[in-house]
Design a binder for this molecule. Sequence first.
Ligand SMILES: [Fe+2]
Ligand SMILES: [Fe+2]
Length: 318
Amino acid sequence: MSNGYRGGMLGFESNRPFRYFQNSVDRFWNPNEISFDQDRENLIEAYEGVSDEAAKQMSTVMKKLLGMFGAGETSVTEDIAPFAMAFDSVEKQMFISSHMYEEAKHATLFDRYWSEVINAAEEAHGHEVTTPNDDRWFCDEYEQLFDAEHEATERLLEEDTPENRVRAYCTYQLTAEGIIAQTGYWGITENFSDHAGTEVEIAGDTVEIPRLPGLVEGIERIRSDEGRHIGFGMNEVKNHVQNGDVDEELVTSTIERLLPLTIEIVNYAYEGLEDPTVFPIGPGDAAEFTAEKHQERMRQILDDDGDIPDVEELVALA
Ligand SMILES: [Fe+2]
Ligand SMILES: [Fe+2]
């Protein structure tokens, strides 16, 4: 852990992006050190004695969730560079360097999971061996959301204005990271940790939801990193609104245009099931969580007495 250093020469101490950078350094974790052995064993066991059709429906949900998450982490890794080009303060540059590095770690974790757990379970049962970037795991709305993110960040290279920065934060940190990713991480944790062991009826068969401790541990680490990324975006947007650089309508309209996409993406993940509500946490619960997250963020950003949580609170977000 840290020796308590919090800067001294450049006024770092009072600077939020610098504090976030320090928090990232203090909380370093290695995605290659998380063990997936138990996950592999549990997933192989979950498909034992289960019909091919039931196993296929169950594994399709998992592959869509993991495929979209892995690709999402790769997209945010690719799309972050324009922020670094646009920023003119060293503290924000420092923070963005940690943000980019962390996204690359998140992408690695999902990539490893596919080959070490998903492929291993497929091979063990003689199922088709799949890849995480297969078109089957993605819907049009997913492509639209990440196209919007790419365009919003790239626009900063052409025209770096307060409006364009706010559009980029609202698309990247507040929607892609703040809403869709948080919803998915919550759903995965609930289903494969808190509700693991639940027996569900799929295609006339009884399937036990496997406990996936490595995935859940990885996601806990990722969510903690995301707390800083989202907090940074929220703080930047709040400053622009409070300084009068942009109208708050730009914030709400940018996010509200993307919200229906996030609902469709969640629905798509469960679509392969005959009965999409069969998981303990299904599309309806996820939609509710999405709406709550959105409202809470808007209050923190737009209300005069709304506060961006402190960094320790952000990284501990439940
Ligand atoms: Fe991430
Ligand atoms: Fe992130």
